[in-house]
Design a protein around this ligand. Sequence first.
Ligand code: ZN
Length: 159
Amino acid sequence: MFRIGHGYDVHQFAENRNLILGGVNIPYQKGLLGHSDADVLVHAIMDSILGALALGDIGHLFPDNDENYKDADSIKLLKKVAEIMNEKNYRIGNIDATVIAQMPKLAPYIENMRKNIADACQCDISKISVKATTEEKLGFTGALLGISAHSVVLLERIN
Ligand code: ZN
């Protein structure tokens, strides 16, 4: 009836890259390094959904040596993962995700992130929680080396 999944991802900051989180382009002096758009939040969410279905991870589904996924829009990849989830007869019960970033302040962008994720998963925005926190200047996020994200998802079986 229900399946639970967890996802975790990290990307390091880099110059001359856009900062994309939850499909939102956030003004900041640096972006995240990656083969795709490096949307660490959406990557953690995809891994949590795939984990709930015991289908491996996004590296398996969208290999980073595949030119098709170079600078890929991760929200589009999330749509594909949601389609796979539907084919397996599951839908989102709810998602609770946390982005860990010392900078920039993410509060103004959270609602748009939730909307983008809900649209990609074809579910109501009330099922999508996105939180942002810092690690109090500790560790690699505190040292402004990168951003990490966690996601927990509950999937419900459709009928
Ligand atoms: Zn990633």
